[in-house]
Design a protein around this ligand. Structure first.
Ligand SMILES: [Zn+2]
Ligand SMILES: [Zn+2]
Ligand SMILES: [Zn+2]
Ligand SMILES: [Zn+2]
Length: 509
């Protein structure tokens, strides 16, 4: 086994990268390496607290409860007992250790705000009768003395009223020889307010004799509910780093802390736990990982780089591919001006990826850097993406014009056959127009994708190729030609004049 396994891994990857860019593997030479184990420490302070959540509501206790008490006093006494038990209990510390084992990196730099111990949560409640209504939920109506009815004030309890029609005379006022039809000469009719009942329902209780108790909403009782939960707050603090390479330190700064190490970069141990009283504990961590600080000759360009961690992450590799790709960039520039074979440039892995991304309709240089994360600068990646798009555009131009011409000519031929050669006047002529239009668009769009596929420029080619000015110009020409065909056809749709007919109308002498 090699004494510098991490360095060997890094060199293997760099050489593979060089080979995929037309360099000889041994153009990457290791000049110097220093490989060692790095240890970072950290500690987490954990404080347990008992949280109480109190709610008071009208009515009986609701929901799932662990304990129900007969009075507030009993409940308060029990809460004091729970508090006392909590102060003396340190069994939760074992639960914390178990919970942390389940977290990534055993809780190293965890940003979980709190550990909760749901099995220790208790829901309890005490229900007491309402003091205002003594638990009855309602009080007697004072307005009607709990009778539910009140004497009609309109008729003063008599149930009848002077007749409206005859104004109490008993006669028909229009013809006094007749008796009043309405009261039949009685001079009185039933009271309109109480309909002859002599009494009306009490407006305060609406006839119910009782009025619901306001404070308890008529429920007669109040419930005090308490949820007690046991939580632990965690506070992680970076400790010292022993022999930490500068590049890794910068990486930690970029990642805003050491938390990323828990994602498989380091072996993390919970070294010891210290109980500080019953409600506090301190956990000491050690994160250990290998790191190699290397000096490498990257095809003539010497520079430092660092490889670290169990995932062999390479950081601060100089952008040596920028120089290696110079001839490819020149060739791409050429191919964006004249016809040629773009696919030969796929021997450079970075150009191959750039061409594929462009053919998939992507233009962002960061997509390229995600596929080629080592040895390429952002500026070079942007240049590669732009030039790849331009070169493909240029090479594709003949196909674009060909397909555009075809998409105009084909519907035109069909249109001429339908509108002119066959003289059948039909209202369907109008519907044929958008149909031909869509046919043109379809031929053009799918034709482009097919054309690119035929050239085998990419492994994956989307049919969503750029439509741009060629597409729009083709469609415009198509639309204008369609209109001309329509105007000159022997049977134009109603409302449109036929130019042929207009031209041949004889002038009246
Ligand atoms: Zn009440
Ligand atoms: Zn009443
Ligand atoms: Zn009345
Ligand atoms: Zn009357």
């Amino acid at each position: 086994m090699s004494a510098t396994p991490l360095t060997d891994k890094a060199m293997m990857r760099l050489r593979a990268l060089a080979e995929s860019h037309q360099l000889l593997p041994d153009s990457i030479k290791l000049l110097r390496t220093e490989e060692k184990m790095v240890q970072l420490t950290g500690q987490m302070a954990i404080t347990a607290t008992l949280q109480q959540e109190q709610v008071r509501y009208a009515g009986e206790a609701r929901g799932k409860l662990d304990r129900v008490f007969r009075s507030r006093e009993d409940l308060d006494n029990y809460l004091k007992h729970v508090e006392k038990e909590f102060q003396a209990d340190s069994a939760w510390q074992d639960d914390v250790r178990k919970d942390l084992e389940k977290l990534p990196g055993k809780g190293w730099a965890a940003v979980v705000p709190q550990l909760r111990f749901d099995e220790r949560t208790q829901h309890m409640a005490a229900t007491e009768p309402c003091a205002d209504c003594a638990g009855r939920g309602a009080e007697e109506c004072t307005q009607c003395a709990a009778k539910g009815q009140m004497i009609c004030v309109h008729c003063n309890g008599s149930g009848s009223d002077v007749c409206d029609w005859c104004q109490g005379s008993g006669y028909n006022l229009q013809d006094t020889s007749q008796i009043c039809n309405y009261c039949g000469g009685q001079r009185f009719s039933a009271c309109r307010m109480c309909k002859g009942n002599r009494a009306v329902a009490c407006p305060a209780c609406r006839g119910r004799r009782v009025i619901g108790c306001q404070p308890c909403q008529g429920k007669g009782s109040f419930t005090q509910s308490v949820t007690v939960s046991f939580v632990a707050d965690m506070h992680f603090r970076d400790g010292s780093g022993h022999g930490l390479p500068v590049a890794v330190r910068r990486m930690i700064d970029r990642q805003n802390g050491v938390a990323f190490l828990a994602k498989g970069h380091a072996t993390i141990r919970m070294n010891e736990t210290t109980a500080k009283g019953e409600q506090q504990m301190l956990i000491h961590y050690v994160a250990e990982f290998p790191a190699a600080e290397m000096t490498v000759d990257f095809a003539g360009r010497k520079g430092p780089m660092t490889c670290f961690g169990l995932k062999h992450a390479m950081v601060e590799v100089p952008p040596f591919l920028d120089q290696v790709l110079a001839p490819a960039v020149d060739e791409l520039k050429n191919l964006s001006k004249k016809l040629g074979d773009v696919s030969v440039l796929r021997k450079y892995a970075a150009v191959h990826e750039a061409l594929n991304l462009v053919l998939q309709g992507r233009r962002d240089a960061r997509d390229l850097l995600r596929k080629m994360p080592i040895g390429l600068s952002l500026a070079r990646a942007q240049e590669l993406m732009q030039l790849s798009a331009k070169a493909l555009h240029r090479q594709n131009m003949v196909w674009r014009w060909g397909v555009a011409g075809l998409s105009v000519a084909l519907p035109l031929l069909v249109a001429w056959l339908c509108f002119d050669a066959v003289n059948i006047p039909t209202p369907w002529d109008w519907l044929l127009l958008p149909f031909f239009f869509l046919l043109g668009v379809g031929v053009y769009v799918f034709g482009q994708g097919a054309a690119l596929k035929a050239r085998k420029l990419g492994d994956a080619v989307t049919l969503r190729q750029p439509f741009d000015q060629f597409g729009w110009a083709a469609l415009l020409v198509l639309a204008v030609l369609m209109l001309v065909v329509l105007l000159f056809s022997a049977h134009p749709p109603q409302g449109l004049p036929s130019l042929i007919t207009l031209a041949t109308v004889p002038s009246t002498p």
